[in-house]
Design a protein around this ligand. Structure first.
Ligand code: NAD
Length: 482
């Protein structure tokens, strides 16, 4: 795929513009420069917020059917551009093409799902409320909350965007989107699809740029009613602090340190596949990575043997290699960060069972071997912190309640997985886990209809499903004397 030397990094009030902040965009599999995107700073945020504010009145009074039709057009545009979006996702993020295909399909499905919810708003925007009095009647009305700022990371570009953008537009909000400066290319392509779908000018605006130049002023902007942020906990806290100055609504999707529990009656082959999927999909750069694997004593030796063999057979390769199973990490900084965690884990006394290095056959690009640790000290960074790389920590347990306590012993609580042949026992374990989503004997499948988000410091609020739409709505209560 050929890339232009430079690309406009701003879409404001229906116009593509070049900002004056160059962002070098790298292919993580080759370390080659793909292009330079010209993003903006607080002046671009100011223009985008002004455009969105002006567009809000007319846009918020469109019918749900009108907004739904536009969202369906976006979904169709995404489907038509599937190959191109997949290539951009893999070129810019380093993920295998087959994973990029899952991302693009998820984006289209999300826009389609929220098109349906937008259409339903025409009949469900207002609902009556029973009061304990015959003297009054009441209705509840759902209204769009205003101009919203969407700030997203690099690990699932377009997907994290769609999960915010589709419900925001469905609700009738106007948007200023800030993609990650690391992965603007698939986001720019998605934006150009949206730009071609006939949204009124100013309803959707995009400002590429760094967190400090664009994200911070967006979080402070008094015209922005709400910030929906996905990213690290450290930045999420900063965003929340800035948003507090103007008492904005805030939704946060942050980090995780999730567990996969292999119960004593588990199907071992399934457990190994799910451990590899939960640890190595997207090279482990997932907030939902099940990077802690808790395995029942009875199975542990056999499980570790099979897991090691499977991990060592995983084909780490260029994202466009037809047999690739795991691609590259997103950039040099992330590569060094994960290697640093691996070194520190060894120094802290953990046993490196497998991997831990760059694969010998890949001298360039940010490639790492799938990595497995055992005997990990339970107070080490490796056990407690989000690594965001292809690193699994396996720990044995003798009692189920001990496994549940270990899984819950975290400041995070995003997801969890349980592997067991006993449906009832697995269901009880799922109920005891402090996590927003639990998979039983299943890979990490996600549906736009179901809620996404976690307990504790993983999230504030929920995305997807009707909860994702409600996050962009205000509730108005109208009481009338009868
Ligand atoms: P990050 O926090 O560094 O950046 C996220 C976004 O915030 C980027 O667009 C960045 O430019 C912007 N930003 C940076 N500093 C800012 C500031 N001061 N003010 C406003 N915006 C700022 O995260 P990342 O490295 O891009 O992504 C990885 C993190 O995202 C991981 O911690 C991961 O767990 C999390 N994540 C969570 C979910 C979820 O659903 N819970 C999904 C994907 C990623």
């Amino acid at each position: 795929m050929n890339f232009p030397t430079t690309q406009d990094g701003l879409y404001i009030n229906g116009e593509w513009l070049a900002g004056d902040q160059p962002l070098r965009v790298i292919n993580p599999a080759t370390e080659a420069l793909l292009t330079t995107v010209y993003g903006g700073d607080e002046r671009a945020v100011d223009q985008a917020s002004a455009a969105a504010t002006q567009a809000f009145g007319p846009w918020s009074s469109t019918s749900g059917a009108e907004r739904g039709a536009l969202l369906r057009r976006i979904a169709a545009g995404v489907r038509d551009a599937r190959e191109r979006l997949m290539h951009l996702q893999s070129s810019n993020n380093g993920k295998p093409l087959f994973e990029a295909a899952i991302d693009v399909d998820d984006v289209a499905a999300t826009f389609e799902y929220y098109a349906g919810l937008a259409e339903e708003l025409d009949v469900r925007q207002d609902s009556s409320l029973a009061l304990p009095s015959d003297d009054f009647s009441a209705r509840i009305r759902r209204e769009p909350c205003g101009v919203v700022g969407l700030i997203v990371p690099w690990n699932f570009p377009m997907v994290t965007t769609a999960w915010k953008l589709a419900p925001a537009l469905a609700a009738g909000c106007c948007v200023v989107l800030k993609p990650s400066e690391v992965t603007p290319l698939p986001e720019l392509e998605l934006a150009s699809i949206i730009a071609g779908c006939g949204l009124p000018d100013g309803v959707f605006n995009l400002v590429c740029g760094t967190g400090l130049a664009v994200g911070a002023p967006l979080a402070s902007d008094p015209r922005v009613a709400k910030i929906s942020f996905t990213g690290s906990n450290a930045v999420g806290v900063q965003v929340m602090q800035r948003a507090a100055e103007t008492v904005k609504g805030v939704s946060l999707e942050l980090g995780g340190k999730s567990s996969l529990l292999v119960l004593a009656d588990a199907d071992l082959d399934l457990a190994v596949e799910l451990a590899c999927g939960g640890g190595f999909f997207n090279a482990g750069q997932m907030c939902s990575a099940t990077s802690r694997v808790l395995v029942a004593d009875e199975l542990a030796d056999e499980f570790l043997q099979r897991l090691k063999a499977r991990a060592e057979a995983i084909r780490v390769a260029d994202p466009f290699d037809p047999d690739v199973e795991m691609g590259a990490l997103v950039n040099q900084a992330q590569f060094q960060r994960v290697l640093g965690h691996i070194d520190r884990g060894v120094r802290d006394g953990a046993t490196l069972l497998s991997g831990g290095q760059r694969p010998e056959h890949l001298p360039r690009g940010f490639f790492l071997q799938p990595t497995i640790f055992t005997d990990v000290p339970l107070d080490s960074a490796l056990w407690c912190e989000e690594i965001f790389g292809p690193v699994l920590c396996v720990h044995r347990f003798s009692r189920q309640d001990e496994a549940i306590a270990l899984a819950n012993d975290s400041r995070f609580g995003l997801v969890a997985s349980v592997v067991s042949r006993n449906a009832e026992a697995a269901g009880k374990v799922a109920d005891a886990l402090q996590a927003g989503l639990v998979w039983i004997n299943a890979p990490q499948v996600i549906f736009p209809q179901a809620a996404w988000g976690g307990y504790k410091q993983s999230s504030l609020g929920r995305e997807l499903g009707p909860w994702g739409l409600a996050a962009f709505q205000e509730i108005k209560h109208v009481i009338r004397a009868v």
